[in-house]
Design a protein around this ligand. Structure first.
Ligand code: MN
Ligand code: MN
Length: 288
């Protein structure tokens, strides 16, 4: 049961209306990571949820997102209202000015209609919670960009509230996922195939004209991972992988990196986190 209270969850008061910014705000009204999408995704997941605790969580947050929809809708409407009467403002968005009379519609910032295709609902609770964590992260970063493009203190204030709540939701979904105590790679019931699951295919090789190169990180350079360089050019015969004979390669550009190639030269990474366990595969090779 829903009940509307004639109050906003967070007060919206703006200085000067900015129709072009109002159009940007529509991304969080009728966009892929917007409040309607969040409200529908969590509420419908909740309808399908047999776990009473998780159902309660999904309904709590899904309902809060409807209140966010009202806040962002009010904010966007306030910025867009002049498009109804001002030709200069109407230039910001003819769709809203001419068809919508200066009001918000379920469109994103580019005028594309909202669609149920935005929703990620699998009926598998841990999978859905991961989608929700990612959705909250996307909503957070969109709000952050809107704040960055905003000069109006009142608008920023409301956006800061909405952005903050997304982190709160993200934490709740992360806590719920952790409480399920499922190993992170245990999705569904059927086990992945042994050996294949541990292979990393290095399918983008060689050097690019803009300095692109093969790089290593813990995802492909760890004792738990078997890196296969340029698998398209390798012959193999394996009971699990099957049998394939690769054609000889013409041209140096297509040649796969060899064991003798100066692979350690590739070890450049942007982040400290990516440096963890660097070189582990070489230690493994040395032991074997
Ligand atoms: Mn929200
Ligand atoms: Mn949220």
């Amino acid at each position: 049961m829903y009940h509307h209270v004639k109050k906003l969850m967070y007060t919206v008061s703006i200085g000067e209306a900015d129709a072009r910014f109002g159009k940007m705000l529509l991304e969080q009204f009728g966009g892929a990571n917007g409040e309607l999408a969040a409200a529908m995704q969590y509420s419908i997941q909740g309808l399908n949820c047999d776990d009473p605790g998780l159902k309660d969580l999904l309904m709590d947050i899904g309902t809060e997102e409807l209140s966010h929809l009202e806040v962002i809708g009010t904010l966007a409407r306030t910025h867009l209202k002049p498009t109804k009467s001002s030709r200069a403002a109407a230039d910001a968005d003819p769709l809203i000015a001419i068809c919508g009379g200066g009001g918000v519609g379920l469109y994103n910032s580019a005028g594309n209609a909202w669609t149920a295709d935005y929703l990620k609902i699998t009926g598998e609770l841990d999978v859905d919670l991961r989608s929700n964590i990612a959705a909250e992260a996307r909503a957070k970063i969109v709000y952050e960009r809107l704040i960055d493009f905003c000069d109006d203190a009142g608008s920023k204030d409301a956006l800061q509230f909405l952005m903050t709540r997304e982190i709160t939701h993200m934490r709740a979904f992360m806590t719920a996922l952790a409480a399920m105590e499922k190993p992170p790679l245990a999705i569904g019931l059927i086990n992945p195939s042994a050996k294949i699951v541990d292979q990393y295919f290095n399918t983008s090789t060689g050097k690019g004209e803009q300095g692109e190169q093969d790089l290593l990180g813990p995802w492909n350079d760890d004792t738990s991972v078997e890196r296969i360089d340029a698998p398209a050019f390798q012959s193999f015969a394996d009971p699990q992988l099957g049998t394939r004979r690769a054609e000889p390669i013409e041209g140096a550009e297509l040649a796969p990196p060899t064991q003798e190639a100066p692979q350690p030269m590739q070890m450049e990474h942007a982040g400290e986190g990516a440096k963890r366990k660097r070189g582990a595969h070489k230690e493994k090779a040395a032991r074997e």
